[in-house]
Design a protein. Structure first.
Length: 628
């Protein structure tokens, strides 16, 4: 059986001294042999690849009548031949090729009585088959050659245009941009694609290929000085679309394309000639850009004229949840130039005036916007804690030795340096006391507010010694908890305040005015419910307290802690949005010069005071989306 492939697949078009070759890349030839006829089991004994002349041939030879079916596969390109009632009797299951476009030939027997031969190709090209009993030959063109040399193109005379109508190009599938859901026609039926077949050995699994911009079948054309109208008639023959040309379309086209999708070739020609296309059903209209722009302007002017001729109407819409005043600016963007909208605050009503065609669009917009908003409960906690620690250790030491005209003792003449211990001995420089005598102190470094102490005192006939150790230690812990809370709608601010207002007087030009300054705990939260059910919070917390330790003209100072942030929180979750920790530590040492710096014994001649205070402020916020 012999298929007349050249007559089926090659069409010649001579236009304006040019030759055109249309070579579709996707083609399937399936010569069917009657399978019901009983025949002895055939066999394939040899497969070889050769290049006789300008073609590459794959020769398959064997014994008996060879019945086969062909199918083409893409990614990678290959031609598959399935032989029924046939056995393989070859020495090697793979034959290498040195001739384009055949890469190699693989053989296998997937099922008993069935043989398969796979011809791997460098690219999809047309082919012809010739069967002669027990021999089958598949021929491929070694290269896609132009149908006429440049010299011959110049020598060809332009035939009558009527010859173009007689050209019958193959029916090709339309590209995806012409077969979308918004188009008025469907994709024409093509040959049923051959099922994906398993390789005789290990055929790699096919991965889906991403859809390209151009999906028309590849063609090869060689045109020179062809009239544009004739080119678009060729597109009509290839695609099956009805093509309508605007009278302003004119010019010639010269191009050489090899294996280019026909819809891409169409776009290239349109861009080169300043043309554009539009689809109306299954009609492809070609016009200049100026023509389509002018038509669009005319259409817009016509719509405006029709709109201006319509008498406007006035309607009212009462809102349930949205504020009418806030909706005016939004609705004006969707009205015609003749329309307008007003808000009646008392009744929360919108007064809309426009053409009747605009009213349904406005009503649909109001139905989407005027809805019940979700509500969010905001529970905040402000925790302020303070801790204090103080320790004080001091000593007092006095020594006195009277001996005739010579004496040794502490500082005399300062009442602060008198020992509180009263002795019965009266030294020559002693300080008289009721019922006895006190000696002067050598060091007076006692604690200022002692709550514990130790005294050592001794005396003799000619001396007296006093040593007093005084100590103090204190600790303190304080806690202030504020819990502002409230409920607000989605995307609406919640403000909660608690505290005092301090009056401040000012005197300007003998005019006394009084202003009040907030000393409050203030919470401002704006919640936004997301589509995932979480809450986006815009939070501002400020805690201002009176500080009586600071005063200016009788007016107290203010201590302020604040934080401002934006944070995403789960429904019912708690987030710490800020915190302030202030720690003050003071250590004071008073000592006797030199003696106080001595190791160990120096503690008898010094006064040590330690004071530590810590203040901590934390903000906690918990949002909860209320049901309904």
């Amino acid at each position: 059986m012999k298929t007349n492939w050249p007559a089926l697949r090659f069409r010649f078009l001579w236009l304006a001294g040019a030759a055109v070759a249309v070579l579709p890349a996707s083609a399937q030839v399936a010569p069917q042999m009657p399978s019901s006829v009983a025949a002895p089991l055939a066999s394939i004994s040899a497969v070889e690849v050769a290049q006789p002349g300008q073609q590459t041939a794959v020769r398959i030879s064997g014994t008996g009548e060879l019945h086969y079916r062909t199918s083409r596969l893409d990614s990678p390109p290959r031609l598959v031949l399935d032989f029924a009632d046939t056995r393989l009797k070859v020495q090697s299951t793979k034959v290498a090729s040195d001739y384009s476009p055949v890469l190699d030939v693989r053989m296998g027997q997937p099922n008993p009585g069935q043989s398969r031969i796979v011809i791997d190709l460098a690219k999809q090209v047309p082919f012809t088959t010739q069967a002669d009993g027990s021999n089958v030959t598949i021929s491929f063109p070694s290269a896609v050659a132009t149908l006429a040399t440049p010299t011959a193109l110049h020598a060809v005379k332009k035939p009558a245009r009527a010859s173009l109508a007689s050209v019958k190009a193959p029916n090709m599938p339309l590209p995806s941009w012409l077969t979308g859901t918004d188009m008025g026609f469907a994709r024409p039926a093509s040959e049923p694609a051959a099922p994906e077949m398993q390789d005789p050995a290990t055929e790699p699994s096919q991965t889906p290929i991403a859809e390209k911009k151009y999906s028309g079948d590849p063609i090869s054309v060689n045109l020179k000085d062809v009239d544009l109208k004739d080119f678009f008639r060729l597109i009509h023959e290839i695609s099956g679309l009805n093509v309508v040309l605007d009278p302003s379309v004119h010019g010639n086209v010269t191009l050489v394309l090899d294996e280019v999708p026909w819809d891409q070739a169409l776009d290239i020609v349109l861009r080169n000639n300043g043309l554009t296309k539009e689809i109306d059903g299954n009609v492809l209209r070609i016009a200049t850009q100026d023509t389509l722009r002018h038509e669009a302007d005319q259409h817009r002017d016509l719509l405006k004229a029709q709109t201006d001729s319509i008498e406007p109407v006035t309607v009212t819409r009462v809102l349930s949840y949205a504020q009418a005043t806030t909706m005016v600016a939004t609705l004006k963007k969707f009205l015609t130039p003749r329309g307008d909208v007003f808000a009646d605050i008392r009744s929360n009503t919108l007064i809309i005036r426009d053409i009747p065609a605009s009213i349904p669009k406005i009503d649909n917009l109001l139905r989407q916007i005027d809805r019940k908003s979700q509500q969010v409960e905001i529970d905040a906690r402000v925790v302020q804690t303070s801790r204090s620690f103080a320790r004080e250790i001091g000593t007092e030491f006095g020594f006195s030795t009277p001996a005739g005209n010579t004496g040794l003792g502490g500082l005399v003449g300062n009442s602060a340096f008198i020992s509180p211990v009263i002795h019965s001995i009266i030294p020559d420089f002693g300080v008289p006391a009721s019922g006895g005598t006190s000696i002067p102190l050598s060091t007076n470094l006692g604690a200022t507010a002692p709550n514990s102490g130790f005294t050592f005192s001794t005396q003799g006939h000619n001396y007296a010694i006093d040593f007093i150790l005084s100590m103090m230690e204190s600790r303190g812990v304080g806690k202030i908890l504020s819990e502002p809370k409230g409920i607000t709608q989605n995307n609406e601010k919640l403000t909660v305040k608690q505290g005092q207002q301090i009056p401040i007087q000012t005197n300007i030009n003998n005019t006394i005015t009084t202003q009040y300054v907030d000393a409050v705990l203030e919470l401002e939260v704006t919640p936004q419910i997301t589509s995932e059910g979480t809450v986006f919070l815009d939070v501002n917390v400020q805690n201002t307290q009176i500080d009586k330790s600071i005063s200016v003209q009788g007016m107290p100072g203010l201590d302020t802690e604040s934080t401002q942030t934006k944070v995403l929180v789960n429904d019912g979750g708690t987030v710490v949005i800020g915190g302030v920790v202030i720690t003050n530590q003071n250590t004071t040492i008073n000592q006797v010069p030199l003696l106080g710096s001595m190791p160990i014994i120096g503690n008898l001649f010094k006064h040590t005071s330690i004071d530590v205070t810590t203040q901590e402020l934390m903000f906690f916020v918990t949002p909860r989306i209320l049901p309904g």
